[in-house]
Design a protein around this ligand. Structure first.
Ligand SMILES: *[C@@H]1O[C@H](CO)[C@@H](O)[C@H](O)[C@H]1NC(C)=O
Ligand SMILES: *[C@@H]1O[C@H](CO)[C@@H](O)[C@H](O)[C@H]1NC(C)=O
Ligand SMILES: *[C@@H]1O[C@H](CO)[C@@H](O)[C@H](O)[C@H]1NC(C)=O
Length: 455
């Protein structure tokens, strides 16, 4: 089906049913632009947790009295007993010393108590919600018993399992809730990009080490999205075998195996088809992103082209109107390399991610240089892929964070404004990474609530 005929069909249907379709869904409104936030770290939590949540720097064996410091693989910050103990445990320190050091009391080879700087024991907040981790008890008991689960492939990587059976960090049912969709709809945003892992298609019994339940959480998200008129972009963040070898794509040991066989590609297409079929009738389904950040050269252009073609067909089997988002490859790749593919595909969108991070060239940039980089270089990069007859463009991830130390609130406001201005030229729209994060600038919720971003 071509673009013109899709649009015509919609117009005819609209007329016939007195236009029951809301313009806010955008598919009949060419001026609609996605202003979205990523719900990062929610349904792909397992992807972060496995291979491990915390990157320890421990001795080989965990003996009594061993001093450990834990660095989160996902956010690169150290676990810390705030004020040395007596209150909450946080994961937001860039360097580790006393408050970031935990002394082990060994119960057996896997069960431990963790003693903090001020001598309290880390435990579940049983006086509070029973979920938060605190350091308040002076005597260790069941709520202060944690398991350290080592990664068999890398002894420096461990997971910490809390007494309630959950791995340390957030949970699907409490991390994102209905009120978050209300917040999104009331704060100038009109969409969410929801990263999911391939195992969602075999919920509730995904293969180990993944845990069931993410599909139920996604169902909730769609119900809330519908209620608050928020558009949903489903984003396959973790494909079977891992498309980039990073934790957020659920690589178990850093290897990148996705796309190497037809069977693997078919398995990935099946996940896309499963998700599209499930939500095609929900008016909030706005777009399906076939895969996030395939990494060149491991993911070849041939692999992604083959997959994108098949994935596009799978979406179209169930939805004629959902946009189909295709992530540009990271690593050595031409930013227009998908143009030949997308030219025949109606509703195709190219996703590009722009961070002033993850590259040495940003290390010594000043506030002004960062801002100039956005206005000059990002603007040019985006301009190159945003053409009148090419695919729509989507800055599917960006954040108001940089390598600048000690920047003021005003600096951040200017940086944010620059990015909103430039990324606002993307024809499909943009999505901030992410809604919630212990690091303030990575949390759009915090940025909005504290006046750093105005939408
Ligand atoms: C870490 O988080 C706690 C709790 O949100 C906060 O009070 C503290 O200021 C944060 N510290 C740093 C260095 O970000
Ligand atoms: C270690 O101790 C914990 C807590 O007392 C217990 O649940 C677990 O079964 C023990 N594991 C072994 C291998 O003894
Ligand atoms: C940014 O663009 C300017 C102007 O085209 C160019 O001189 C500069 O080298 C670019 N900077 C980087 C870091 O690519």
């Amino acid at each position: 089906m071509t673009g013109a005929s899709t649009t015509k069909l919609l117009i005819v249907l609209c007329a016939a049913f007195s236009c029951i379709l809301s313009l806010s869904y955008g598919r009949v409104n060419p001026n609609f632009q996605v202003k979205a936030v990523n719900l990062g770290g929610w349904l792909v939590t397992e992807g972060w947790i496995k291979p491990s949540l915390f990157d320890g720097i421990p001795n080989k064996d965990f003996l009594d009295g061993t001093e450990l410091q834990f660095k989160s693989v996902t956010i690169g910050k150290y676990l810390c007993a705030e004020t040395g103990g007596g209150t909450i445990i946080v994961v937001n320190r860039t360097a580790a010393s006393g408050w970031e050091t935990f002394r082990l009391w060994r119960i057996n080879e896997t069960a431990f108590h963790f003693r903090v700087f001020n001598k309290q024991f880390m435990g579940l907040d049983t006086a509070g919600n029973g979920i938060d981790i605190v350091a308040v008890s002076n005597t260790p008991g069941g709520s202060e018993t944690f398991q350290i689960v080592k990664n068999p492939d890398d002894s420096k990587r461990v997971r910490i399992k809390a007494p309630n059976g959950f791995f340390l960090q957030e949970h699907w049912s409490t991390f994102i809730v209905e009120d978050d969709f209300k917040f999104i709809s009331e704060n100038g945003l009109n969409a969410v990009r929801i990263p999911v892992g391939w195992w969602i298609a075999s919920d509730p019994t995904p293969p180990p080490p993944f845990v069931g339940g993410s599909l139920y959480a996604l169902d909730n998200a769609f119900n809330w999205a519908r209620k608050y008129k928020v558009n949903v972009i489903i984003d396959l963040h973790a494909a079977p075998g891992s498309q980039n070898g990073w934790e957020h794509s659920a690589s178990r040991d850093g290897s990148q195996e996705w796309g190497k066989t037809d069977q693997n590609i078919q398995e990935t297409v099946a996940v896309i088809e499963f998700l599209t079929a499930r939500y095609a009738n929900n008016p909030s389904l706005y777009a399906v992103e076939l895969i996030n950040e395939p990494l060149s050269p491991g993911a070849t252009l041939e692999m992604v082209t083959k997959y994108y073609r098949a994935g596009y067909e799978a979406v179209r089997k169930h939805s004629l109107i959902a946009y189909v988002v295709m992530s540009n490859r990271l690593g050595p790749a031409d930013s227009r390399e998908l143009f030949p593919l997308t030219s025949g595909l109606n509703g195709a969108v190219i996703d590009i991610h722009y961070y002033n991070l993850f590259n040495d060239m940003f290390d010594d940039m000043t506030v002004q240089q960062n801002i100039d980089f956005v206005y000059t270089n990002r603007s040019a990069q985006l301009g190159l892929v945003t053409t009148s007859n090419g695919p729509l463009t989507f800055v599917g991830e960006w954040v108001a964070e940089w390598q600048v130390k000690g920047a003021t609130k005003e600096d951040y406001q200017r940086f944010t404004k620059a990015q909103l201005e430039v990324f606002g030229r993307a024809t499909f729209g943009w999505a901030y990474w992410t809604l919630k994060n212990v690091n303030n600038h990575w949390s759009l919720e915090w940025m909005i609530n504290n006046g750093y971003i105005k939408l």
